[in-house]
Design a binder for this molecule. Structure first.
Ligand code: FAD
Length: 437
């Protein structure tokens, strides 16, 4: 029997699940499904990240306005949602430290950006070395941004709660189902799951994270773009280090034009501490181990050499960066030393357990440049969200509401209700807050 749906969302990460949440309130009469290949939602990047609810100080308000707004409002929305669902949400702040005078200039820029993106005086302050020493004596740096409106979460639990709400509103979650083929038949999409079952849909939303680019290419979308996958690895700190600092610590990234940061000192929502992530180039969005990377090495290299990624591969700065990240994967002490620069007390010998790695997929354009922002592409009866990277988990709720509204503005979807109460929020209020003028 073939199942027919009005809308199919590919990807049960935090993005696809949150999109289903808003659709479930606005479109109660439509048949909507989320397809996820793993046995649960948030199995990949959404459940394998640093777990920070980021304040938007790292994002240039000119270049990443929508993302910055989503992060700003995402903080308040997750706070409210976590309270309703009785999920952990910790307002524990973050420190961004500068290790030299060049870094202090970057902090000044971040302070300005943070305020432009909505942070108030009470949310963010620039501290001198001496001021920081009084509150965090173990940290060594030249200056620090103390960001109070920043928090910690467990995005895996958040996504599961959002799925539960969506399901109660009638959304179907087809877990353990991989989309293996998509074809157009008589104005409808025929989607093959696990190479055997067939479903149909009028409209397709591609929120497939690290596979979103491959799915877009299958449908002849975004042919000039490609993506490169980076594995972010973590090391767990022993109990004796859990009280070294009160707050998580990030350092001003060495290479600011690349879409990832240097490893941080992380205090997770449960109080446990970790070091990470680095950003090691791998050959698959699921390249957690050697077997998967070896399997995908040749096809991914061929794809990259035939696209703009070729220019990135031969770029000297990128090569240096990739080399240093690979080194920090091969040698624990190289990785730990990157954090030891601002937290000298930590000793690599005492750190023995690996954390859970997560993979980001960054898009490269035809000129070999990393695309800094999220990419939204539409085609006939399909919509694609590419390059949905950090702080994607923070901004997932307001960003998803934006996507749902955008689909209506494009004329792709009509909703039963033009405005609705979506859980604790009125849909139009979210759209008003996140609209980019
Ligand atoms: C190391 C790391 C640290 C990060 N830290 C933070 C942080 O602290 N705070 C923050 O806000 N953001 C953080 N991020 C970013 C954030 O995690 C991502 O932006 C977000 O999780 C992306 O969500 P997604 O739903 O788009 O992707 P995903 O979580 O990858 O979900 C996509 C889903 O699609 C499914 N899928 C793909 N192809 C198919 C197919 N063919 N058939 C069926 N299913 C398919 C996959 O199985 C997957 O579950 C971090 C990212 C990384 C890598």
């Amino acid at each position: 029997m073939t199942h027919n749906f009005d809308i199919v969302i590919i990807g049960g990460g935090i993005l696809g699940t949150s999109i289903s949440y808003f659709l479930s309130f606005l479109n109660k009469s439509k048949k909507i499904a989320v397809i996820e290949q793993a046995h649960n939602v948030a199995f990949h990047t959404s459940g394998r990240n640093t777990g920070k609810i980021h304040a938007p100080y790292l994002y240039n308000p000119e270049k990443k306005k929508l993302f910055a707004k989503a992060a700003f409002h995402g903080y308040g929305m997750w706070e409210e949602y976590a309270k309703l669902q009785k999920l952990p949400f910790k307002k524990d702040g973050v420190l961004e430290v500068a290790l030299d005078s060049k870094g202090i200039k970057v902090l000044e820029k971040y302070l300005k950006w943070g305020k432009q993106n909505g942070l108030e005086e009470k949310d963010i302050e620039l501290l001198s070395k001496e001021e920081l020493k009084k509150i965090e004596p173990e940290i060594k740096c030249e200056a620090a941004l103390n960001v109070h409106r920043d928090g910690s979460a467990d995005y895996s639990e958040y996504t599961k709660a959002v799925m539960k709400d969506s399901k109660e509103n009638g959304i179907k979650f087809l877990l353990d189902n991989k989309v293996t083929k998509i074809k157009k038949e008589k104005d409808k999409w025929t989607i093959i799951l696990n190479d055997e079952h067939k479903i149909n849909s009028n409209f397709l939303i591609n929120a497939a994270g690290g596979e979103a680019m491959d799915i877009a290419h299958t449908l002849n979308v975004a042919q000039k773009l490609t993506d490169v996958h980076f594995r972010g690895e973590y090391w767990k700190a022993p109990q004796e280090y859990h009280h070294l600092t009160k707050t998580s610590v990030y350092s001003v990234p060495e290479y600011q034009d690349y879409p990832f940061l240097d490893p941080h000192w992380i205090i997770r929502v449960d109080g446990k501490c970790e070091i990470g992530p680095n950003a090691v180039p791998v050959f698959s969005p699921y390249g957690y181990n050697k077997v998967e990377n070896i399997k995908e090495f040749i096809p991914k290299m061929l794809e990259m050499l035939g696209s703009g990624a070729r220019k990135a591969i031969f770029d000297k700065q990128f090569q240096e960066l990739a080399f240093s990240e690979i080194q920090s994967s091969m040698s624990k002490s190289v990785m730990i030393d990157r954090v030891k620069r601002f937290l000298p007390k930590i000793n690599a010998d005492k750190i023995t357990e690996k954390g859970t790695a997560g993979i980001r997929s960054s898009v490269i354009d035809e000129n070999g440049k990393f695309v800094p922002d999220v990419i939204l592409m539409d085609s006939e009866n399909s919509f694609h969200i590419l390059n949905y990277n950090s702080p994607g988990a923070t901004g997932a709720l307001p960003f998803s509401a934006h996507i749902v509204n955008h689909l209506r503005e494009l004329g792709f979807l009509e909703y039963d209700e033009s405005d609705a109460q979506c859980g604790p929020w009125k849909f139009s209020d979210i759209i008003e807050k996140i609209s980019v003028r």
